[in-house]
Design a protein around this ligand. Structure first.
Ligand code: GLY
Ligand code: MN
Ligand code: MN
Length: 441
């Protein structure tokens, strides 16, 4: 399932309808990035640009101009070039941009400096993500200076420069049926990959071997890239939130935390599971794990339209703090502990984030000062965790060095919510049963 070209056209129309009258909006494509010397990273299109075009070539520029019945979409693209296409592959060129990508007009990139001052001339507002692409900032400055030099000839500059994000990112926050289908596929694939890692895990393996199992499973099904660098942390490494070294031995008796999710057609999935390297939770691991799991399930249950985003985080804080109190990792009175943020040494991140084309997806979390209410079509992660630092002398030694996070991807629906990542077990019994079955199934 891929997003069809008509949906990309609809997205441009929706954005064009919202832009101020007589404005012009610019959305740049990503560029190739050097890894070392002349080797490049795999190309990943800019999410804003891809959302509006479905066009996967570097360095292009989308120009949107509201007006007329539907507004206008213009794409500046790399030129057709027989020699370059032998080296780096097919290019659509301006004709392809019009025929295959539904643009109203298209030009070769080498026409930017000639066309852009003329397109900007006389517009009331220029909308783009200022400051996020230094190359575009410099080009915009030069196009404006070209116009400035011609003011005596009747040319004029936009009076306002506006940030495009507020319209574009609000559109991206609400996922269509087609987007949800792609995200469901990505989530299922990642869930299967996590299951494989659980089944194949045993003491003595390296963290990077679990990473390889995850990547291989996703890549074999067509998701060649992960949405972010996988985190595979055994034992105390699970207490490092963004641990990506993934180069330690997995030890008998330790837990391992895997936070990994593939990307499919530029949509992310994001799953965390924590499980025992040898297939059996110890008593201390069980107690902490069950607390994180109960919290995660209660937070997912609370998701429905109208609930303020911040309430889900506050619920996680209350439940984790209560549990830490019951287990003796904190002492005192519940409300006072919450107020003084006594949980922060153990739970230092928030409950989750929007999920979409970017793993930490775009979209406002607050309206003015208030957390915004959840609405159907939003997709979020729910990922509470507890991390007991190995050198925390304030807690009993049986807890030290345990790190646990459980993360699922959740769609807000009309009637409540839908978990996209339910395909990988998270109950203690479910994980132990899957690990017992091992490689044989
Ligand atoms: N994988 C990054 C995160 O969970 O936020
Ligand atoms: Mn996440
Ligand atoms: Mn994650």
């Amino acid at each position: 399932m891929k997003i069809c070209i008509d949906e990309f056209r609809q997205r441009r129309k929706q954005l064009l309808r919202q832009l101020p009258e007589n404005s012009i909006a610019l959305v740049p494509a990503a560029s190739m990035k050097t890894r070392n010397r002349d080797a490049e990273y795999a190309f990943r299109q800019d999410s804003d640009f891809y959302y509006l075009t479905g066009f996967n070539e570097p360095d292009a520029l989308l120009v949107l101009m509201p007006g007329g019945s539907e507004g206008e979409s213009i794409l500046f693209c790399p030129p057709r070039d027989a020699t370059m296409e032998i080296w780096t592959g097919y290019r659509a060129g301006p004709e392809g941009c019009i025929h295959d990508f539904g643009m109203d007009q298209a030009f070769n990139l080498d026409q930017l400096d000639e066309q852009m001052p003329a397109l900007i001339n006389g517009k009331a507002a220029l909308c783009y993500a200022q400051g996020s692409d230094a190359g575009l900032d410099a080009k915009v400055a030069s196009w404006l200076n070209t116009l400035r030099a011609k003011v005596r000839l009747g040319f004029s500059l936009p009076e306002q420069t506006l940030v495009l994000d507020k319209w574009l990112h609000e559109l991206r926050l609400f996922k269509s049926e087609a987007e949800l289908q792609v995200m469901q596929q990505a989530a299922e694939l990642s869930a299967q990959a996590h299951c494989r890692a659980m089944q194949l895990c045993c003491p003595g393996m390296m963290e990077y071997q679990l990473e390889a199992i995850i990547q291989q499973h996703c890549a074999m099904a067509g998701a060649r890239f992960q949405a972010y660098s996988p985190i595979v942390g055994g034992g105390v490494n699970a207490c490092i939130l963004h641990y990506i070294d993934n180069n330690a031995v997995l030890k008998d008796g330790d837990l391992v935390l895997i936070d990994a999710g593939c990307e499919l057609d530029n949509y992310a999935s994001d799953i965390t599971r924590t499980f025992p390297v040898n297939g059996h939770f110890s008593e201390a691991q069980k107690l902490l794990y069950q607390l994180v799991l109960d919290t995660q399930e209660a937070c997912i249950d609370a998701i429905r339209p109208g609930v303020p985003w911040g309430d889900i985080h506050e619920l996680s804080v209350r439940l984790l703090t209560q549990g830490l109190l019951q287990l003796g990792l904190l002492q005192g009175e519940l409300d006072a502990l919450i107020k003084s943020e006594a949980y922060k040494p153990f739970y230092m991140h928030r409950i989750g984030h929007w999920l979409g084309m970017d793993v930490h997806d775009v979209g406002r979390y607050k309206d003015a000062d208030a957390w915004r209410p959840l609405q159907p079509g939003m997709v979020m992660t729910v990922e509470p965790g507890l991390y007991i630092a190995p050198d925390n002398q304030e807690v009993d030694s049986c807890w030290r060095g345990i790190g646990i996070r459980i993360e699922d991807d959740v769609v807000v629906t009309e009637s409540g919510h839908l978990v996209l990542t339910a395909g990988v077990p998270k109950s203690i019994a479910g994980i132990e049963a899957l690990m017992r079955r091992g490689d044989g199934e």
